[in-house]
Design a protein around this ligand. Structure first.
Ligand code: BTN
Length: 266
């Protein structure tokens, strides 16, 4: 079943997400980036809750300035415009909340249990099946999510061949994408409400259930600095705590790779 705005909206179980007061949700056949479009909507004064979806992105953006390849029929690409009641000063926690929402929604709709690699990587069988890019936009936050569905017919860049995968590898039947989107909105609203209502333990503990990073030997790269050690937990702000040979270090940003059994980091 292809993505269809009306069908998604008819399936929504949310109070506010997907129901912006002064705009409508958008589904594009092709757009540069749904996050970029959401940022434009923020500047135009669109209210909380708008969803922007695309069947293809021509300039999809990932974390740390990377490109998010977004060919048609290979993935879903979407962003939520969030205008929280309270100021947001903790992007990692928002990203954790979004990761948890993705894991819960994917599980309930497809039966596939993905993992989450700190901070935003959605993992299936050790490979990346999706990612989240949360961006502050004035007092609003844009939460962009990309989920790989099928291997693109044109193939993928060689450097991604070892690290990327698709939900179709989860051996499920055909996925109801409209239901997946509606459930994701529902789970995201639930997670964000927990954050806003000072019930962040629900997010932290929920996230820990899906974490593939904790208990692993990791390499954390921040700018030019590289640290290695054991990832032992996340703190109350969603930062990763790593036990290194020079003591405990806390990472709020950067890239964390997990050491595989062959010694390589991925
Ligand atoms: C990452 O893992 O680096 C984050 C990837 C986020 C990709 C999504 S696709 C929808 C939204 N629009 C973008 O340009 N990026 C996000």
């Amino acid at each position: 079943m292809p993505l269809e705005l009306q069908t998604i909206e008819s399936l929504l179980r949310t109070e506010k997400l997907g129901r912006p007061a002064n705009h409508h949700n958008e589904l594009w056949d092709s757009i540069d980036s749904t996050n970029t479009r959401c940022a434009v909507l923020v500047r135009q004064g669109v209210e909380h809750g708008a969803i922007v979806l695309a069947r293809q992105q021509t300039a999809g953006r990932g974390r740390l300035g990377r490109v998010w390849i977004s060919p048609p029929n290979a993935g879903i690409y979407f962003s939520f415009l969030i205008k929280p009641d309270k100021p947001v000063n903790n992007i990692p926690l928002i990203t954790l909340a979004a990761g948890l929402a993705c894991a819960e929604a994917i599980h309930s709709v497809t039966g596939i249990r993905i993992g989450i690699k700190w901070v935003n990587d959605l993992i299936l069988n050790g490979r990346k099946v999706g990612g989240i890019l949360s961006e502050l936009c004035g007092s609003a936050v844009v939460i962009g999510i990309g989920i790989n569905l099928e291997k693109p017919a044109d193939g993928i860049p060689a450097d991604l061949a070892q690290t990327m995968t698709w939900l179709s590898e989860g051996n499920t039947g055909e996925i109801d994408l409209n239901l997946l989107l509606a459930e994701l909105a529902f789970e995201l609203e639930k997670s964000l409400n927990s954050l806003m209502d000072d019930r962040k333990d629900e997010i932290l503990n929920g996230w820990r259930k899906y974490a593939v990073t904790l208990g692993q030997h990791v390499r954390a790269t921040i700018g030019d600095d590289i640290f290695e050690g054991d990832a032992i937990d996340i703190n109350d702000n969603g930062a990763l705590i790593v036990k290194t040979s020079s003591g405990l270090k806390t990472f709020h940003a950067g890239e964390v790779s997990i050491r595989r059994t062959d010694g390589a980091y991925c």
